[in-house]
Design a protein around this ligand. Structure first.
Ligand SMILES: [Ca+2]
Length: 383
């Protein structure tokens, strides 16, 4: 309504729920043309004579065409208007659309019929090049996207470029295609060495996002990151249940500092930092520096294990080295009891530790008491 006749507007709202003053519904636009696959919006206007009818539920139907059967509802606003938007999922063709509402007396009031033409469009495409490239770290790289519709280059299209993985992941930019449908994107390597994956995309007139192929850019380090690792045990052969300590000596033998040197052992954890030759802590393994690490494990059987040191060179290049294997023999205990133990879980006894001195078994058995006298039948002489 307008500002001058608020009294009449009130009357309109009272009438809205039971439209009875020659209600009509009109649908617009009468015709439209859209690319196939896009969306289309129509607007219904419900009037009571010259007054807009608010709060009326309008039903929209696509009665024929590629999207026949598509339906929806809307409620008219203060100006008597309700809108309906749908996507073309049926491809090219012409849809006929109606709107209707049920008035206060139960009569369905139909609108005029409107139509929209979904035009088949040549396939949009975007290609990115070069497919691969390699340069030293810290340089810059340019990729070119070409946007086409069918065989026709598309100028004036905004292309979005994204580094989707790699050391520069998250770097992004945009460009606008020129007369030949090409847009370029240049970025600098700030992430160090590694391989970036780059992709470009644009939103076509069909309102869909079209993505390019994925291209790569490899940034190679100009420095050499290298380490050695040697591993040793504090014993070559032990009895079951012995606590064995492994030592690991790591050395920087490359041309750059290595950050966060970390040692893991495939059969011992945790491996802990012990000392470093320049006494500034475990964070950086400087040129020619050595670091010592340690790990302890209780061995119950002969064990062969290796250790691996990992770290990162100053240009982001990962570095890893694995030691030679180390074997500690775990030998059977001497027969201090003079017999085998049967009928009980011998394993649980062995892992308790200190089995090299096995005399403790005798007082343990004595303590079991008469109630378990039958256990003695489980102790037999070795034949
Ligand atoms: Ca250091």
């Amino acid at each position: 309504g307008d500002a001058q006749d608020g009294f009449l507007d009130s009357a309109v709202f009272i009438q809205a729920g039971s439209v009875h003053a020659a209600p009509i519904i009109t649908l617009a636009p009468a015709t439209a043309t859209n690319p196939a696959g896009a969306t289309h919006t129509v607007t219904a206007t419900v009037m009571n004579g010259t007054a807009p009818a608010a709060g009326v539920t309008v039903t929209f139907n696509v009665n024929s065409g590629p999207n026949v059967g598509t339906t929806g509802t809307g409620i008219t606003n203060a100006t008597g208007q309700a809108t309906f938007t749908y996507s073309d999922t049926g491809g090219a063709g012409t849809d006929a659309i109606h709107a209707s509402f049920v008035d206060g007396t139960g009569v369905t009031i139909q609108s005029n019929e409107v139509s929209t033409i979904w035009q088949a469009v040549a396939v949009f495409s975007i290609t990115l090049s070069p497919a691969t490239a390699t340069n030293s770290v810290g340089g810059s790289h340019t990729v070119t996207a070409t946007v086409m519709q069918g065989t026709t280059p598309l100028p004036g299209v905004t292309v979005t470029f994204n580094v989707i993985s790699g050391p520069n992941s998250g770097t992004t930019g945009t460009g606008i295609t020129n007369a030949t449908g090409q847009a370029t994107f240049t970025y600098s390597d700030t992430g160090g060495s590694g391989t970036d994956q780059i992709q470009a995309s644009f939103v076509g007139a069909d309102e869909h996002t079209h993505e390019s192929n994925v291209v790569t850019k490899t940034w190679t380090p100009t420095s050499v990151a290298a380490m050695t690792i040697s591993k040793s045990a504090n014993a070559n052969a032990v009895s079951p249940g012995t606590n064995v300590t492994y030592s690991y000596v790591v050395k920087n033998v490359g041309s750059v500092d290595i950050t966060n040197p970390t040692v893991t052992d495939n059969k011992c954890s945790p491996v802990t930092f012990v000392s470093d030759s320049d006494n500034d802590g475990p964070a950086v393994l400087d040129l020619n520096e050595t670091m010592t690490f340690s790990c302890s494990a209780i061995l119950t059987s002969t064990t062969t294990n290796t250790a691996t040191v990992t770290g990162q060179g100053v240009e982001g290049q990962p570095v890893a080295q694995t030691s030679l294997p180390v074997t500690v023999l775990v030998t059977p205990p001497t027969q201090a009891v003079g017999g085998e133990i049967l009928g009980i879980d011998a394993t649980s006894l062995f892992v308790v530790g200190a089995f090299a001195n096995a005399f403790w078994i005798l007082p343990v058995i004595a303590a079991i008491g008469a109630a378990l006298a039958a256990l003695t039948t489980g102790i037999i002489r070795r034949k």
